[in-house]
Design a protein. Structure first.
Lengths: 113, 115
């Protein structure tokens, strides 16, 4: 059973609009979350993180929101750009489990010009 | 070179072959990881090395054998693989294992096809 779920395998958004990528988790021990971005033929690259002591973290066009009670986090990209087209992975870890992150299956984002 | 480098980028091997995947990091990190990404599945952690010692082995079949000769290099030795082992194998490193904060730096991966 997957502990980290990304229920949308793909998402298409118009350039300039907001992209919202969702992630749900089942393990209440998870307290640190990351988003990675992956282009074809490249390894994933770290995008943004959030600790469970926060409910929002912002870095430029990227904002991650965490709803602990719902065990849900989302990544907002505003405004979306064609270069944002990639696969986005959500990952979670528990403080008693070090850096052994559990990854979601990914969401493929396509930003249309 | 900087970052995490994996070689080869692509590998096709027969089920009776023996091959090795190589990973090298020039970041001064103390922890290195092997992950497997199969089609339409999440990344699966295979092995973790911290300060050159194996600290995690996630029930990986013995036909996969890791080796960490020093803190900068990590190998994955492969022998008698099965077609279902075909996947993207990703190496990653992090500053330390066992501490949250930051994340991994991944290599570009080796696309392995077992025929």
């Amino acid at each position: 059973d997957q502990q980290v779920k990304q229920n949308s395998p793909s998402l298409s958004v118009q350039e300039g609009r907001i992209s919202i990528l969702n992630c749900d988790y089942t393990n209440s021990m998870f307290d640190y979350f990351l988003w990675y971005k992956k282009y074809p033929a490249e390894g994933p690259t770290f995008l943004i993180s959030i600790s469970s002591i926060k409910d929002k973290n912002e870095d430029g066009r990227f904002t991650v929101f965490l709803n602990k009670s719902a065990k849900h986090l989302s990544l907002h990209i505003v405004p979306s750009q064609p270069g944002d087209s990639a696969v986005y992975f959500c990952a979670a870890s528990a403080s008693n489990y070090g850096q052994n992150f559990v990854f979601g299956p990914g969401t493929r984002l396509s930003v249309l010009p | 070179e900087t970052g995490v480098t994996q070689t080869p980028r692509h590998l096709v091997m027969g089920m009776t072959n023996k091959k090795s995947l190589k990973c090298e990091q020039h970041l001064g990190h103390n922890a290195m990881y092997w992950y497997k990404q199969s089609a339409k599945k999440p990344l699966e952690l295979m092995f973790v090395y911290s300060l050159e010692e194996r600290v995690e082995n996630n029930s990986v079949p013995s036909r996969f054998s890791p080796e960490c000769p020093n803190s900068s290099h990590l190998f994955l030795h492969l022998h008698t693989l099965q077609p279902e082992d075909s996947a993207l194998y990703l190496c990653a490193s992090s500053q330390d294992w066992g501490k949250q904060g930051g994340g991994y730096t991944f290599g570009s991966g080796t696309r392995l096809t077992v025929v």
